[in-house]
Design a binder for this molecule. Sequence first.
Ligand SMILES: [Ca+2]
Ligand SMILES: [Ca+2]
Length: 233
Amino acid sequence: MISLRTLAVTLAIAAPLAAQAVPTSNLITNGSFETYTGTTINSGHWTVVEGENSSHGSKYLNGWQADATHGVELRHNVAGSAQDGNIFAELDSHYGYFTGNTHTSPCCNSWISQSVDTDVGRIYHLSYWYSPRGNVASASNDINVYWNGNLLKNNTGSVSGSNSTAWQQFEFDVTGTGGWDTLKFAAGGTADTYGGSLDNVSLVAAVPEPETYALMLAGLFAVGFVARRRQAQ
Ligand SMILES: [Ca+2]
Ligand SMILES: [Ca+2]
């Protein structure tokens, strides 16, 4: 029969480990770009859609804001394949896609962003996957990543083969300000409709939410209560 003291010590050791194992939810909506409205993108096709902020039309990427002139290019097995699901994003999108201009308006480096409600001082773990576009020079493949306007990373590189992707995961810890904090991805380098790819963005609290601790404490009390009843019987 395990003693109450042994049980308490075991739980004291196990609780922090259990806390680390508790999965926390992704604060980013539609981080894999699989959800979009107003169009269908079959395998072998791509299109440019707007952000939810835009008033241009009805094709948009759910959950994300985007550059209102260039939108965001979504691809399904074109110039590579998605890292997660079917769809991935390219941010050097297209000439004046929503204004009807062809090859006359400023091309084409675009951006997407999303604001999330954070707790002040809390650490959040950012993860995303980047790939250079195949057969495109590194000087044209940049995607810059910003947290509240501060540059976290300049992603760049090159890969051979027009249908090649070379996905690589990047991870950062960022700090919440207790308001709406903004994560932004922006194409950089040569603006020529060919650029780096992005997929599978997530942002999760690095430690469990207070509610999770409360649930765990409730669970510990329940275990202690059962142990006491058994001992009393
Ligand atoms: Ca995806
Ligand atoms: Ca480019």
